[in-house]
Design a protein around this ligand. Structure first.
Ligand code: ZN
Length: 447
């Protein structure tokens, strides 16, 4: 297969009239300014595919259904009760149906890999399924059905809060002892059968895993990607201070060796020292701006983090609204609102859209243990084509600015490992998957 792009983002920067050859899922040729054969597929602007570093796929099933005020002021914590009630009703079939639609929408948005932070492990009564990896298998099946590359991150969850606080009834489907969790990881390794599948792990948060748990897991699972929710909510920071006298990120860095294999999800509430410690470690900050706004988490200290060389990627988290341009826009706008400035999430003069995209591209791939996200010979053919309906001939950086901040540009085509999954703006399997999703949501809401 050959693709000819008016312009493409190559490792050295933008190039015009780029002809790509793709074979067996890999890019086998990149030539510029040549006359391609008439069979080559023409596209306007070609980008490497983006990693979505943080998703809870099943939460797609109640997107838009938690936007009603209760008797008291609502918060992350009242939302979490509603999320637990929904989660308790999901069977494996519904899990897969919801993940499939979420993954279709991710690919349509321009994501070619997801980091699935997966904690719904057991049956509704809290007992393991006959296959303890039943729910993980559904995530792998959804990724395969939609063609999305997967970094599976089974979640370790052992307690209900800081200190020896017992888990609540709403958390019974999430829980493992360390040994059972290590067996789950082994089983997930056998499920990761496609080229490019990765299995990492995720201590859910410092609320859910103790210092001893973290030591056991990091000793037993060296070399894996490690993700953790941290400092998302002020109450979490206050509980951490009450428990240990330390803020969550400071506590983590004092108890665990945080390396570039780590991804700190949210990291919203940071002291200056914590900003510097994360940046210096080379770990990635996993920012989920649309979910963080939806849940009222707070504003990540973006400028301070970039000024000390911090790395970040983006995630769709609760999947309340799946978008790639939308996440980058929300990230930049949250900074503008907080600082009353413009063009904040960049440290160099020039296009903010281009800087946002490139930073999230490399940070996301690092966080998910993905191959280098480049359009180059030998790389997987993970490609996103932007269409410009007005054919204004914008240069590459301006195309990214128009896509992220304006509304003209759309994702017309997406390839994952060479498979042409989005054609004319739609995933090729969307219709059947959307029908199964609708039925699954009806069934769950009826329970
Ligand atoms: Zn999350």
């Amino acid at each position: 297969m050959q693709i000819i792009a008016r312009q493409a983002l190559l490792p050295d920067g933008w190039a015009q009239n780029v002809a790509l050859t793709v074979k067996d899922g890999l890019i086998t040729g990149v030539a510029t300014a040549t006359a391609p054969p008439g069979t080559a597929m023409p596209v306007d602007t070609l980008l490497p595919g983006m990693s979505n570093l943080h998703s809870h796929a099943f939460q797609r099933g109640f997107a838009g259904l938690t936007e009603e005020r209760g008797e008291t002021r609502d918060s992350f914590w009242t939302w979490r009760e509603m999320m637990y009630r929904f989660a308790l009703q999901l069977d494996p079939e519904a899990m897969q149906a919801m993940a499939e639609l979420a993954y279709v929408e991710m690919i349509e948005a321009g994501f070619t890999r997801v980091g699935e932070f997966h904690y719904l492990h057991h049956a509704p009564d809290g007992q393991p399924y006959e296959d303890p990896a039943e729910m993980s298998a559904r995530i792998f099946a959804a990724a395969e059905a939609t063609g999305l590359s997967l970094t599976h991150l089974p979640v370790f969850y052992a307690r209900g809060g800081f200190g020896p606080m017992q888990a609540g009834a709403g958390q019974r489907r999430f829980l493992h002892a360390p040994n059972a969790f290590l067996r789950l990881i082994e089983r997930c390794d056998t499920l990761a059968s496609r080229a490019g599948d990765v299995v990492g792990y995720a201590p859910h948060s410092l609320r859910a895993a103790s210092a001893e748990d973290l030591a056991t897991l990091t000793d037993a699972l060296p070399g894996r990607r490690v993700h953790i929710h941290i400092a998302e909510q002020m109450r979490e920071v206050e509980d951490s201070l009450a428990f240990s006298g330390q803020r969550p990120v400071d506590w983590l860095f004092d108890h665990v060796e945080v390396t570039p294999d780590w991804c700190l999800i949210h990291a919203t509430h940071l002291s200056e020292t914590e900003v510097t410690r994360i940046a210096a470690s080379g770990a990635v900050a996993g920012l989920c701006p649309l979910t963080e706004a939806n849940l009222g988490d707070g504003i990540f200290p973006g400028r301070a983090f970039l000024e000390v060389g911090g790395r970040f990627g983006i995630g769709t988290d609760s999947n309340v609204r799946i978008g790639l341009a939308g996440e980058l826009r929300a990230l930049e706008y949250s900074q503008r609102l907080g600082l009353r400035e413009r063009n904040v999430m960049t440290t160099v003069p020039g296009s903010t859209g281009a800087q946002l995209f490139s930073a999230a591209l490399t940070g996301g791939a690092q966080a998910l243990g993905a191959p280098d996200p480049v359009i180059a010979v030998g790389a997987p053919a993970d490609l996103v084509a932007l269409d410009d309906p007005f054919a204004l001939g914008s240069d590459g950086a301006q195309m990214l600015d128009r896509w992220i901040f304006g509304r003209d540009i759309r994702v017309g085509g997406v390839w994952v490992r060479g498979a042409h999954l989005v054609q004319d703006g739609r995933h090729v399997a969307r219709d059947g998957i959307a029908a199964r999703y609708a039925q699954a949501v009806w069934d769950v809401l009826a329970r």
